[in-house]
Design a protein around this ligand. Structure first.
Ligand code: SF4
Length: 280
């Protein structure tokens, strides 16, 4: 059994919050560069150039890539041979968020109650998904999520008879409905199967997969490529101003489901698809 003091978690989370908001991960930087090279519209190319300049300025001047620094979403894989000391793990993660968002001058975007809407002032609480895994390590992945794109996400409870075509149509429809509101070029996270909530969770986690990496399941990989191609023919384009690169990737995760159902969740992320991870 390995013991980890939760103060280590707080420090790691604080650094993840700041780093993720100041710099995109290398896979996203590469995807935006490739997007600029592949974009056919002149206006679209200029939008990509502005996005790249914005990324450069944010990194150099240590400022957020976007004013919407997101709600802090975490996937935490905990080795079952780990024991935590020094307090509650969830409290330690929230303390890291509090310190990161205050010290990094990141916008505080969380309200205490969804209807009374008083800002908590420190971007807490985070949304944390725990997973127990083998071993004695802890892997923390952060994905600060902007709500321009979050608001355009959908869950479809399809019927088994809708089949693969129904799934593809639902995903493409969600992206078309999102249009410019999701701050394209987007990354499209998809969860197929499970239950209502499992599909949404898979869609969110799919956004943390490296852009450019495909599903290991051959038919799912083919779906990812085909749907990306169809989305990019929609003409929405960078910034929603028309063009040939509307999405940078479609990442699909799947899970077994019930004989009577076919849940499909589409979690859309904008071009500021932030994700970072650390292993302790
Ligand atoms: S959706 Fe993304 S790019 Fe648009 S405002 Fe929110 S974080 Fe920024």
């Amino acid at each position: 059994m390995r013991t980890i003091n939760v103060s280590e978690i707080t420090t790691a989370v604080k650094e993840l919050c700041i780093d993720a908001n100041y710099r995109l991960s290398p896979d996203m930087i590469e995807a935006i560069k490739n997007g600029r090279e592949n974009e056919k519209s002149e206006l679209g190319k200029r939008i990509f150039e502005q996005l790249e300049e914005n990324l450069k300025i944010a990194g150099e001047e240590q400022i957020p890539i976007c004013q919407d620094t997101g709600m802090a979403v975490f996937f935490v894989d905990i080795g079952q041979d780990v024991h935590f000391e020094g307090g509650l793990l969830t409290d330690a993660i929230n303390e890291g968020v509090r310190q990161g968002y205050i010290e990094g001058y990141l916008r505080k975007s969380v309200v205490k109650d969804p209807l009374i809407r008083e800002n908590t002032g420190d971007n807490t609480p985070a949304v944390i998904h725990y997973n127990i895994v083998p071993g004695d390590k802890v892997e923390i992945t952060i994905a600060p999520k902007g709500f321009g794109s979050e608001n355009m996400s959908r869950v479809f409870m399809l019927k088994p008879a809708d089949g693969e075509e129904g799934v593809k149509n639902a995903i493409i429809q969600a992206v078309k409905d999102a249009g410019p509101n999701a701050c394209p070029p987007m990354v499209v996270g998809v969860g197929i199967g499970g239950t209502f909530e499992k599909s949404a969770l898979m869609a969110k986690e799919a956004l943390t997969r490296k852009v450019g990496e495909h599903s290991e399941i051959p038919y799912v990989m083919e779906m990812e490529k085909e749907i990306l191609d169809k989305i990019n023919k929609s003409g929405i384009g960078p910034g929603g101003l028309g063009g040939t690169v509307t999405a940078l990737a479609v990442n699909i995760n799947t899970y077994p489901t019930h004989i009577a159902g076919l849940p499909v969740a589409v979690n859309i992320c904008c071009h500021v698809n932030r994700h970072r991870n650390v292993v302790l």
